[in-house]
Design a protein around this ligand. Structure first.
Ligand code: PLP
Length: 404
């Protein structure tokens, strides 16, 4: 790998400022009350009676799955998109449940609904997880419609869609239960973290009981989080990001399948970091939307690149013509420090692991997505001239309309 020294864009960033750090430290002294405040605030905002803050998005999903399995112990398969974050199958495996995959529709980031309808006719299915990749990209209402009457749950994976709306409706409204991640690369960051929301009393009460037995964040981990928050507030800045990016042991941007993560409550420090969540989500989203529009309008979009339909985005996803084009753009983007990244490197059926009932089976759209999707940064730390550089690079490397 060539190491680049100098201004380098991270692929995604929800900056943590000095004020956030101070609020985090102040919250440490308020203790559990700050976590409860965050949960109550969010619950009120989303019209959900139940909201729980835990250590990560995968911890949130894990707790949700445990609760649902308790409600329907005879059902143990979880239906997920064949292209999604590796943490999703990891959470399923952690609970001893089974992963079942549904392909995506071509050139989209949502389910292929024909396959989905067939797959929902399964008495062992516990829940289906429509997933908002890059923003709001899942038609959860449609999933809910097909699922109704089948005695299975719809869990909305809104890990990447905190604060987003779809046709004027808040994310989460159509699922039985939904969750956000507040990890580094998401809409809002508390270094790491997850939020569970539901207005369904059966699900809510069961989740509450489980979360009640989850351990608190240890003091050791808390100190680690404080240092990470300080490092993140400095090094996520494009002028310094080249440094952590050059350190291979940090493995920035790597997606690993790892079902051995721990589940704890969110610390009061993290709740403090999130204190201004509403204002930050709104202002970040305005900037991201503006940046996405600038890139899109600066380019002469050709048939070689397809922008999938996604609502408010945290990154701008684009399908390019083939894997060679993807690799060329990533390589050149890396050289110029433009923060262009791939999505997930493989589809879930390509993870070689004993859990994987679908290993070796074929999910053509998901596989094609892994080969041809790139994402462009649109976060608040980008400068205008970098937007032009990104647009310029695409213009240079993507074939023009009419080339053939
Ligand atoms: C990030 C992410 C998760 C997991 O969240 P973590 O906080 O990283 O554990 C789950 N699903 C999707 C779609 C994600 O992007």
């Amino acid at each position: 790998m060539r190491i680049r020294i100098g201004r380098t864009l991270p692929p995604a960033a929800a900056p943590i400022g000095i004020k956030d750090l101070v609020m985090g430290l102040v919250a440490l002294f308020a203790g559990k009350k700050s976590v409860r405040n965050l949960e109550e605030d969010l619950g009120r905002f989303y019209g959900c009676r139940y909201c729980f803050a835990v250590s990560s998005g995968r911890a949130a999903l894990s707790v949700i799955l445990q609760a649902l399995h308790e409600l329907s112990p005879e059902r143990e398969e979880i239906l997920i998109p064949a292209y999604t974050c590796f943490s999703v199958p990891a959470s399923i495996v952690k609970n001893g449940l089974k992963v079942s995959l549904c392909d995506l529709a071509p050139d989209s980031l949502d389910f292929d609904f024909d396959s989905l309808e067939r797959m929902l006719d399964n008495p062992r299915l516990l829940c289906v997880i429509p997933t908002h990749l890059y923003g709001t990209s899942a038609d959860v209402q449609r999933v809910k419609k097909i699922a109704t009457g089948r005695d299975l749950f719809v869990v909305e994976d809104a890990a990447q869609a905190m604060g987003a709306e779809q046709n004027g409706v808040q994310v989460g409204k159509y699922g039985d239960v939904f969750f956000f991640s507040t990890d580094r690369g998401k809409a809002l960051s508390t270094v790491e973290g997850g939020l569970i929301l539901t207005d369904n009393p059966r699900v809510g009460e069961t989740v509450q009981k489980i979360v009640g037995n989850v351990p608190n964040c240890s003091n050791r981990h808390l100190i680690c989080l404080i240092f990470k928050a300080i490092a993140l507030s400095l090094f996520i800045h494009p002028n310094l990001y080249w440094l952590p990016k050059a350190l291979p042991f940090l493995q920035l941007g790597k997606n690993k399948f790892d079902p051995t993560f721990s589940i704890t409550k969110m610390s009061s420090f993290q709740a403090g970091l999130a204190r201004k969540w509403k204002e930050k989500l709104v202002s970040f989203q305005q900037i991201r939307s503006r940046n996405a529009l600038s890139i899109l309008s600066a380019n002469s979009w050709t048939q070689a690149a397809i922008v999938p339909e996604v609502g408010e985005r945290i990154r701008l996803p684009i399908f390019v013509e083939d894997q060679a084009a993807k690799e060329k753009i990533l390589r050149e983007g890396d050289r110029r420090g433009l923060g262009i990244s791939e999505g997930y490197p493989r589809s879930i059926n390509e993870i070689d692991h004993p859990f994987n009932l679908s290993y070796g089976r074929s999910f053509p759209s998901a596989e094609n997505t892994a080969r041809t999707l790139i994402s462009l940064p649109i976060h608040p730390s980008i400068q205008e001239k970098e937007i032009s550089k990104i647009a310029g690079l695409l213009k240079e490397l993507l074939p023009k309309a009419g080339d053939q």
